[in-house]
Design a binder for this molecule. Structure first.
Ligand code: NAD
Length: 479
């Protein structure tokens, strides 16, 4: 039985209250470990350690800070197999996804921001008789709270820029997927990260998470997770005037036009619908297809989806693994039932899968495609975040745009067309923080990342992240 501990002031420490939560493997439904059920007292210890470490970390020469962060990146790659197994075990994602996507990207996050800190610069403004320059100083102690779908990938996406900018961090990974963050503590120590610079507190959102948000010494919070929790965090943090970056839910549209490169579109749309069991905030879950292409797309798409193998996440041959938890499994199934009640036709999937042997208690779902639903039904308005998509034909560009924008969310949108004028118009008018044209999930870490509407506020990535994690001060020098 694996017992995870908090990582505070460079030490693995048990929760002060002595309470633990079961850690369950989604592949089998069995408890395989315990994680700290930390409370405000653990967060207090972590914040104090971070505050004590801050002056020396902020004053460290940039090259030295770079070397340590680069060392963490290397350490993640050295431990790739171990981390990938931990990630797959915790989340039910396939070992192939963990090995080729999650863990390499976590290493890249550190490598990217280790380099960014060497190049980060601020502005100066000259006028007759005066020169103003901008200081971008580290904020101090900052909080990072992350979800279960891309555990180490998203946890490090916050931690790396925060540390690069000279802050000390109190981070909380999802209580559903704590294992890889636990291993990260060990890697940070081995890379020479001074005690207290990064503190990892495990536990539930309303207790450990909220304690981070409420703590007066935590001056900025970067959060990725549900819109519901994001709203709660904003409610707590706003009167304390904390800096907030909120990366929240999505209900992303794919607009597929008849002039697209069909094969590339088809393969990518299968991936954008079902990679990681549809549990990526950027997955397209509402697929709109220009009518002349609709029947052909429907036939080919459903055939490909039916051919995908759902299996043991530990088996490199599995295309889909388990969804993350029993709670989430029940939620996704309830949306499939709702879709039927709302008049949807299930073209494939629509049910749970019972796998044999030790996997019998796991949370497996058949990838599901539904048609015949209107835009305003709940299935098309609410985030399901599982292996479920809806498809629908459209006739004109205006109709496609209205369908795409007819959602409370605005994270990303994907457009498949070879028409340049249409591309430019739709890219400008789509209500989304990210538009992919003839591609999906192509990530350049320098680009701004984030959503509009109920998908959040603020941008991550590149200089946006370095700016978020610094406080700006203008200095004007007179003659
Ligand atoms: P969640 O909101 O339940 O939890 C996310 C994290 O917040 C966890 O660590 C949780 O413990 C913590 N938390 C929950 N309530 C809290 C509170 N009141 N105060 C402080 N912390 C709290 O989300 P989840 O179920 O883990 O993740 C799935 C959601 O994340 C989906 O909505 C998905 O779209 C979203 N997501 C968004 C992005 C993005 O970049 N926009 C990326 C990945 C996932």
């Amino acid at each position: 039985m694996l017992t995870i501990q908090n990582y505070i002031n460079g030490q693995f420490t048990p929760p002060l209250g002595g309470k633990y939560i079961d850690n369950i493997a989604p592949a089998t439904g069995e408890v395989y470990g315990k994680i700290p059920d930390s409370g405000p007292e653990d967060v207090e210890t972590a914040v104090q350690a971070a505050a004590a470490a801050f002056p020396a970390w902020a004053a460290m020469p940039l090259e030295q800070r770079h070397d340590i962060l680069r060392g963490i990146s290397d350490g993640i790659l050295t431990n790739l197999d171990r981390l990938a197994e931990a990630e797959s075990m915790d989340s039910g994602k396939t070992i192939t996804t963990a090995r080729t996507v999650d863990i390499p990207r976590a290493a890249l996050n550190f490598k990217f921001f280790a380099t960014a800190l060497l190049h980060f610069a601020s502005e100066s403004h000259a006028m007759p008789g005066a020169l103003s320059y901008t200081l971008r100083q580290p904020i101090g102690v900052v909080g990072g709270i992350s979800p279960w779908n891309l555990p180490l990938y998203l946890f490090t996406w916050k931690i790396a820029p925060a540390l690069a900018a000279g802050n000390c961090v109190v981070g909380k990974p999802s209580e559903v997927t704590p294992y890889s963050a636990y291993l990260l503590g060990e890697i940070c120590t081995a890379a020479g990260l001074p005690p207290g610079v990064l503190n990892i507190v495990h536990g539930l959102g309303p207790s450990a998470g909220e304690a981070i948000v409420r703590h007066p010494l935590v001056k900025a919070v970067s959060f990725t997770g549900s819109t519901r929790a994001g709203a709660e965090i904003a409610r707590i943090a706003a009167p304390m005037f904390k800096k907030l970056s909120l990366e929240l839910g999505g209900k992303n549209p794919n607009l597929i036009f008849a002039d697209c490169d069909y094969e590339k579109m088809l393969q990518t749309t299968v991936a954008s619908s079902f990679n990681n069991q549809g549990q990526i905030c950027l997955c397209g879950s509402r697929i709109y297809v220009e009518r002349p292409l609709y029947e052909r797309f429907k036939t080919d798409f459903v055939a490909q989806v039916q051919a995908m193998r759902v299996g043991d996440p530990a088996d490199p041959g599995s295309r889909l693994g388990a969804v993350v938890s029993k709670l989430h499994f029940d939620k996704v199934l309830s949306y499939i039932e709702l879709a039927k009640q709302e008049g949807g036709r299930i073209l494939c999937g629509g049910h749970a899968l019972q796998l044999p042997g030790r996997l019998a208690g796991g949370y497996y779902l058949a990838p599901t495609v539904i048609e015949g639903l209107s835009l305003d039904c709940r299935t098309n308005q609410e985030e399901i975040f599982g292996p479920v998509v809806t498809i629908q034909p459209f006739d004109t560009d205006d109709e496609a745009l209205a369908l795409a924008n007819g959602s409370p969310y605005g994270l990303s949108a994907t457009v498949w067309t070879n028409n340049l004028r249409r591309t430019q118009r739709l890219s400008a008018e789509l209500q989304a923080g990210i538009v992919w044209v003839n591609c999906w999930l192509l990530r350049d870490l320098r680009t701004p990342f984030g959503g509009v509407k109920q998908s959040g506020v603020g941008r991550e990535g590149g200089w946006e992240a370095m700016r978020f994690f610094t406080e700006v001060k203008n200095v004007t020098l007179g003659e």
